[in-house]
Design a protein around this ligand. Sequence first.
Ligand SMILES: Nc1ncnc2c1ncn2[C@@H]1O[C@H](COP(=O)(O)OP(=O)(O)OP(=O)(O)O)[C@@H](O)[C@H]1O
Length: 264
Amino acid sequence: MAEGEKNIVLETQNLMVGYYQKKNSFPIASDINFSLTEGQLIGLVGTNGIGKSTLLRTLTRMQPELGGNIVLKGKSLSDYSSVQLATQISVVLTEAFASKNLTVLEMVSLGRQPYTNWIGQLSEADKSAIAEALYITETKALSEKKCYEISDGQLQRVAIARALAQDTPIIILDEPTTHLDLYHRAYILKMLKKLAIEKDKTILFSTHEIDLAIQLADSMIVMTPSKTYFNTPCQLIEEGTFASLFPKETIAFDENTGRFGVNS
Ligand SMILES: Nc1ncnc2c1ncn2[C@@H]1O[C@H](COP(=O)(O)OP(=O)(O)OP(=O)(O)O)[C@@H](O)[C@H]1O
């Protein structure tokens, strides 16, 4: 491998995603091809209902692919056991937690499940991973609060803390900035960028914050009705991909600033 070249950790080959209903398959997007490398922050964007959550659920094996392949570290995703998969990919979803009755500390500790023994006893390594996750997400002060006692934005950061505690090479987040104020939106995305660089993690997140993603992501997956694109933000801007995302009479993309504006 040439110096500076990074390993591919997650790859799709002609992937088709969608859902099954009464044994019939309903494709949402097909011919999805991308290779994600270590140390990379990747933004996934597209309009409402285009299939971002469906793609993320397929990549994390929460629902089956309709066609094509997903390759995780050179091996088909389907060949991993659930525990093996949990040591490779952690997931942050927008859906509410199953039990908000847990304290924040207990919730974040659940991230260590793939590593703890059968009685769930925490080792020193587990405790230090949990402490670091709480510190990074600025949720330490909330540790003793029950999850139903904290705000949606705080809960969002707790969900990210749990994924960080899981300490996997890949983190997949579905709209991690929903519910967050401007400061925490930028804070979380900058934090994810830092984690990708400093800990060599591969971090894939879906978002409607296209401007922020263009500024921070190393690569982007852009889902449109006709095609799914994968490239660097600069390349995608040059190819006019963002300009075609929304109807021009309402939203215009400025290639010079990399930002969207409302056409009045
Ligand atoms: N199990 C299912 N049954 C029926 N329709 C489904 C199912 N799963 C997804 N869909 C449909 O597939 C499309 C894509 O949904 P998805 O949630 O993946 O979009 P999205 O890009 O994440 O949207 P948003 O930005 O609004 O969150 C939608 O039209 C949705 O209604």
